[in-house]
Design a protein around this ligand. Structure first.
Ligand code: DX5
Ligand code: ZN
Length: 216
């Protein structure tokens, strides 16, 4: 049986915003699998990044899947706009929605893959009732808001618990924050399917080699 390799999703939050086209080219040339776009509203998280226009501009430059992580209050308000901009996977925070199930359904209604994400302090079991509406679960391994933070070690146990709860369901597990060459293989071993990398990717001078090593 073919070994399933983990997929790598570089986050352009760590790129030079003055050279986004080059960042997309670098992601493609390095053999990464998708592009992670961190959308922040300055309310759900203390940082502000970019909105649907960035997603559309990136869409125009690549055929790689666009993995859009919405760190915004009541993301349901913007699902249609991000779908129209060309997102393939739209991930919404469990903590940011009045009605998580409705929000996930809204993403699916736009024909996109729906993901739910939890902060490090949210119990993974809180997701139990919405799993059947998810194509992906994203586990934050840092507090959302900024790239370049230190990986939280409790993520490993949380990942095991999440994997167990998902069971035989067809749901991908993505992990985001502080991922590097030291912790990537442990994450893969515990069931992660997609690894988001900001500084580890954009801080590397040998990006293709970094992606290959992260895949293990
Ligand atoms: C944090 C973002 C992450 C972050 C990853 O809120 O969701 O995607 O940019 O960056 P690194 O890998 O540097 O922690
Ligand atoms: Zn992210």
């Amino acid at each position: 049986m073919k070994k399933t390799v983990v997929q790598i999703s570089p986050s352009i939050l760590s790129a030079d915003f003055g050279c986004i086209a080059q960042a997309i080219q670098d992601i493609q040339d390095a053999g990464a699998d998708m592009v992670h776009l961190d959308v922040m509203d300055g309310q759900f998280v203390p940082n502000i990044s970019f909105g649907p226009k960035m997603v559309a501009d990136v869409r125009a430059r690549t055929r790689l899947p666009l993995d859009v992580h919405l760190m915004i209050v009541e993301p349901k308000r913007y699902i249609a706009e991000f779908a129209k901009a060309g997102a393939d996977i739209i991930t919404i925070h469990f903590e940011a929605c009045q009605n998580v199930a409705d929000t996930l359904q809204a993403i699916r209604d736009c024909g996109k893959k729906a993901g739910v994400v939890i902060k490090p302090s949210t119990d993974v079991h809180a997701l139990k009732n919405v799993l059947d509406l998810c194509d992906m679960v994203l586990l934050m391994s840092v507090e959302p808001g900024f790239s370049g933070q230190k990986f939280l070690p409790q993520t490993m146990d949380r990942l095991v618990a999440l994997k167990q709860m998902i069971g035989s369901r067809d749901i991908l597990i993505e992990v985001d924050g502080g991922i590097n060459l030291e912790n990537a293989s442990e994450l893969q071993k515990r069931g992660a399917n997609i690894l988001v990398v900001g500084n580890t990717f954009f801080g590397s001078t040998q990006k293709a080699q970094t992606v290959a090593c992260l895949k293990g």
